[in-house]
Every structure is written in C-alpha cells, then in structure tokens.
Design a protein around this ligand. Structure first.
Ligand code: NAG
Ligand code: NAG
Ligand code: NAG
Ligand code: NAG
Ligand code: NAG
Ligand code: NAG
Length: 537
C-alpha cells in the first residue's frame, strides 16, 4: 500500500509543476487544514489516527494508556478503527443506561445493587451489596448448608435452609396437645398430664433459631398436693404422679413399698416403708459371772439366725495352755444367752458371728482366781512325834500358781486359826497372837496324784524348816492350798492330823475329814478364808 502511495507521490510532483496541491497529497485518514499563519494548507491526520497526514495516518490505540484513565473507574476499554468505546465491568452499570459509552459524554460506571433484585441469595438468604458484587448470609431461623457465611450463590455451593427443631421436646408432667410444624417459629402446645394441675407458666413451646424448642415453662403440680413425708426417709425420684422414697443413711427398711402414687381421686397412696435405725445384728454383748454370754439380736426377719461362737483362752503363767473351743447356736430370739464353761484365771477372747447377717462381735473376759480346792486328806491321829501323813491331790488345780502349805498348830487352851494368816516360817520365833507355824511348802507341780509327808523330819521344804515336834506336846496339822496370781491370793484349809493324846476337841465345818472322825466343828467364812475356833470340851 505504502509502495503504491509512494509511486503516486513521485508521479504527482513533476506533473503539478508550479503549484503543488497539498490537499491532494493528504492521506485518506487525514484532513486538509489551513495553516495557522495562513501560509497555505497542511494535512493533519483525522481524530483517532496518528501520522504525518500525508503518507501515513494509522489508527491510534486510545486504550493503550489504560481503561481507568481513558474510560474511568470500573471499566473496560475497547479500541476500534479510528476510535474506541468503553464498557462497565460486571457488577457495574453505565450511568447512561447504554451498553457502551465514550467517556467524554459524561457517562461513568456505577456499582449495581444486586440486592435490589429479590431472591439473589435463595430462600432464607440475606443479601448484602458490596462494591461490584454482593454476598449472602442466612436470615434468622435459617442455617447455612454446604458452606460458610458469607457466601456467593454463583461461586459457592452454600445455601440457606430453614432450622428444623424436630419433634417438640417433652415437658414433665404434660402431654403434647398439638404443634404447627417442626421448623423455626413453629409452636407446640402442651396440656397437663392426668393427675396434674396447671399452676403457672407458658403452655407453648416455640422452635428457636438454635434448632431447639424453647420449652414451655409450665409448672406442674400433682393434684394430690405435696409429696407425703415418711420419717427418716428422703425422696429419691419424683416424676409425674409417682414418688420413690428411700431411708436416709443409718436407717433401713426391710418391709413395705417405697412408692407413693397420686391417685385419680387426688389423694396420695402413700408408701408403706418404715425406716428403722440400723443397729449391728449383735449388740449389747456382755458376759455375766465370767460364764454366760448375753446379747441382743437385731433381726429384721422372722428366720432364725445361726450364731458361731469361738473362744480362745490363754494364760500368761502357762504358755502351753490353750483353750480353744467352738459353739454353734441357732435362734429366733431377740435376747440370747449362752453359758460357756470357761476355765479360771484365763484371758478369753470370744467372737460371735451372726452367720446370715455376716456380722462378728468380739468380747474379752478374764476369769478370776477361785478358792483352790483342798486335797483329799486321810485324817489320822498319831502318838508318834514323826507321823507320816497322806493326801490325794484334787483335780482342777491351777498347778503353776498353786502350792500346799503344812501348818503346825501347838494345841493350847483357846485356839484360833485363820486360814488367810501369812504364817510364820520358824517355830522358835513365837508370836503373841499365835503359836502356829509353816513347816513345809510344796509346789503343786511337784505333787503326784498321791503324796506322803512326814512331819518333823528336820528337812527343808520350799524354804521352810520342817522342825521336829516336841515330845509329849499335842499338835494339829493343817494343810493349806494356796493359789496366787498377781494381786489375787486365795486359799482353803483342811485339818490333816492330830498328834499326841489329848482331850481337846476341834470344831470344824464342811470338812469331810472332820466329819469322818466325828468332831464338832465351827467355821466362819470371812471372804475366802476360813477361821477356825478350837475349844476344849
Ligand atoms: C449439600 O451438598 C450435597 C452434595 O453436594 C447435597 O446432596 C445436599 O443436598 C446439599 N445440602 C443442601 C442443604 O443443599
Ligand atoms: C394456653 O394458655 C393460654 C393462656 O396463656 C390459654 O388461653 C389456653 O387455653 C391454653 N391452651 C391450652 C390448650 O391449655
Ligand atoms: C424400692 O423397692 C424396690 C422393691 O422392693 C427395690 O428393688 C428398690 O431398690 C427400692 N428403691 C429404692 C430407691 O430404695
Ligand atoms: C490377762 O491380760 C492382762 C493384760 O494383758 C495380763 O496382765 C494378765 O496377766 C493376763 N492374765 C492371764 C491369766 O494371762
Ligand atoms: C483381759 O486381758 C486382756 C489381754 O488378754 C486385756 O487386754 C484386758 O484389758 C483384760 N481385761 C480386764 C478386764 O482385765
Ligand atoms: C504313801 O505311803 C503308803 C503307805 O503308808 C504307800 O502305800 C504309798 O505308796 C505311799 N505313797 C507314795 C506316793 O509314796
């Protein structure tokens, strides 16, 4: 093309000769204008073209300098041959309401309020216009699904769905009468259940925006009035017209119903349980006379209880000693007695188990020291000053803590022998009050079933001197059995023999030996000791 024009120019110049027709040389896209100084004509490219006006005038790309500079904000610029036009960006509309515009007509692009068109955000959606766009959130009572708020319906999957509360929540002691629906804002109406009266509050529940039924505030009261009170009990459960009672701690009931029911007549049918203080199945356990156990049975059933009694006895002074025994007893009684054959001077630990109640009570008892039994003596009267006396020891003695003492009593006018007297060891040291002395002391552990003892043999027995008897004098020989443990000391005496021929009469009581020889006896018991009076007849 340019080549063609050049040929034309070169062809024109020689033919024009003298005056050159400038206007004829102007480019098709140029105008022929008068020069400003009036000196002739000049070719100027037309509006929308740039060039020298003669050989070329090419299209000017007005958009090159930027849409916002040439068309204004929120626009797109479109170049055309020799011109251009503007369009608004999506979300904006031109103020001239035409599709396109050129900027110098005063048109500008303004934000479109998409929210002006209803339904942009779908059902339950709330539209919010933004610069060049809009966004959606959900109205009260709706929740966003498949996305988060805010969302845009064209680009997000999200949508708003109405809140559904589901079936109306139940309200205590009421019955659901009706409901309008399960979605937001719907209402459910309740009425009191049978046996209840409406005291106060609202009888309607409303489905809230949070998806929960905003409960009816109905207060219910049973027709029967306040819950029945049972002594020493508490209410563990109360629903509708039913109350369950329970005994408070430390009390129990083994009989009766624990349920109170509000009847249709409006009267409580009260529970029948009676709460009774819990006591151990074995109580008030004690031991009487070191022999018989007594206890109170706390029983809640008519059935007999089986008791297992075990007792263990031990003795400090006899390590080999063990008295372990068991007794079984079955009884329905409330008060019980069980007598045990406990041995003397023994520490017992006694346990009683109530088998079905699975309860064990324990008691200790320490049996006391009894008066020792006197041996069986063979009473005799001797003429010799060296008589041999015989005895057969008694059973049931507390050997480790018992001994026999042989007393020699020189016979005088008025005699008094106290079985609890300490006794002098030495016959040479006479006392004013008495002339008797201990001639021998023999531990019971050293005595077999039978024993022979010779008085006055001049030997020592248990530290006592068995002094020879005076010839021609009359004596009584008394045997004393002594048991001694800790602070307790008990003794018993028996007349063993008479030595020398005299007419004195000894008065003794309750002695088989005395009875067998026909003596008149008088004895006074002071405590456990025997005081004997001897009187000449
Ligand atoms: C959420 O999306 C799933 C699958 O894309 C669709 O099945 C479901 O209906 C959508 N939920 C709602 C509430 O639109
Ligand atoms: C609910 O309560 C209103 C008064 O608050 C009362 O008028 C209406 O009867 C009640 N509805 C029923 C079903 O009890
Ligand atoms: C009530 O009585 C029943 C039957 O006697 C018993 O099973 C239940 O444990 C009792 N309930 C209470 C709370 O004591
Ligand atoms: C019984 O126990 C007491 C206290 O432990 C003790 O002093 C006493 O010697 C015991 N008695 C016997 C016979 O074991
Ligand atoms: C009985 O003996 C036991 C030891 O076996 C002792 O603990 C208890 O105190 C004694 N009881 C009496 C009343 O002495
Ligand atoms: C005691 O003496 C008698 C005879 O007087 C005799 O038969 C008996 O065996 C003696 N007993 C003892 C234990 O020595």
């Amino acid at each position: 093309m340019i080549v063609v024009f050049l040929l034309f120019v070169f062809a024109g110049v020689p033919t024009a000769g003298k005056t050159l027709d400038v206007c004829a040389t102007c480019h098709t896209n140029a105008r022929c204008d008068d020069k400003a100084d009036g000196s002739g004509k000049v070719c100027n490219c037309k509006y929308g073209f740039v060039g020298n006006g003669r050989t070329y005038c090419q299209d000017k790309d007005e958009c090159q300098i930027g849409a916002s500079r040439i068309c204004g904000q929120h626009t797109t610029c479109h170049n055309t041959y020799g011109s251009y036009f503007c369009k608004c960006l999506s979300g904006y509309s031109p103020s001239n309401n035409m599709d396109v515009f050129i900027p110098n007509d005063g048109t500008h692009c303004q934000d479109i309020d998409e929210c002006g068109i209803s339904g942009q955000c779908g059902e339950g959606g709330q539209c919010r216009n933004t610069e060049g766009s809009f966004e959606c959130s959900c109205q009260l009572g709706y929740r966003v699904h498949n996305g988060t708020e805010p969302f845009h319906p064209d680009t997000d999957k999200a949508s708003c769905k109405v809140v559904d509360c589901g079936q109306p929540a139940s309200v205590e002691d009421t019955v659901l009468l009706s409901f309008t629906g399960t979605t937001y804002g719907n209402e459910a109406t309740f009425v009191c259940d049978e046996g209840f009266i409406w005291v106060s509050g609202d009888n309607i529940s409303v489905c809230g925006a949070n998806g929960l039924w905003r409960g009816s505030t109905m207060v219910c009261e049973a027709k029967c009035g306040t819950v029945p009170f049972l002594a020493n009990s508490e209410v563990v459960w109360h629903k509708r017209s039913v109350v369950i009672h329970r005994c408070v701690e430390g009390y129990h009931s083994w009989r009766g119903s624990n349920v109170s029911v509000c009847g249709v007549s409006g009267v409580w049918q009260e529970a029948t349980l009676r709460c009774i203080e819990i006591k151990p199945p074995i109580n008030h356990l004690n031991i009487l006379n070191e022999k018989c156990l007594h206890w109170k049975a706390e029983k809640y059933e008519e059935d007999p209880e089986d008791y297992k009694v075990t007792y263990i006895g031990s003795r400090d002074y006899q390590s080999s000693f063990h008295d372990k025994r068991k007794r079984l007893l079955s009884s329905k009684a409330d008060q019980l007695e069980l007598c045990l054959n406990l041995l003397p001077v023994t520490n017992y630990s006694i346990s009683i188990t109530a088998v079905s109640a699975r309860f064990t009570a324990t008691i200790t008892t320490n049996t006391s020291l009894p008066v020792p039994p006197a041996p069986v003596v063979y009473y005799r009267e001797f003429e010799t000053p060296v008589p041999t006396l015989r005895l057969r020891r008694s059973a049931n003695t507390l050997d480790p803590i018992s001994l026999y003492q042989v007393f020699v009593l020189p016979i005088e006018e008025i005699m008094l022998f106290d079985c609890s007297s300490p006794g002098r060891p030495d016959p040479s040291r006479k006392s004013k009050s008495s002339s008797e002395y201990i001639t021998a002391q023999i531990r019971l552990t050293q005595v077999g079933t039978e024993m022979n003892f010779t008085v006055g043999d001049g030997l020592y027995y248990g530290g006592f001197y068995n002094a020879p008897l005076e010839n021609g004098r009359n004596y009584y020989i008394i045997l004393r059995a002594v048991s001694h443990w800790k602070t307790a000391l008990k003794s018993s005496c028996v007349l063993w023999a008479k030595i020398g021929g005299t007419s004195y009469v000894l008065k003794v009581s309750s002695l088989s030996a005395a009875a067998s020889v026909g003596l008149v006896a008088l004895a006074i018991l002071v405590g456990y000791s025997c005081i004997w009076f001897f009187r000449r007849t």
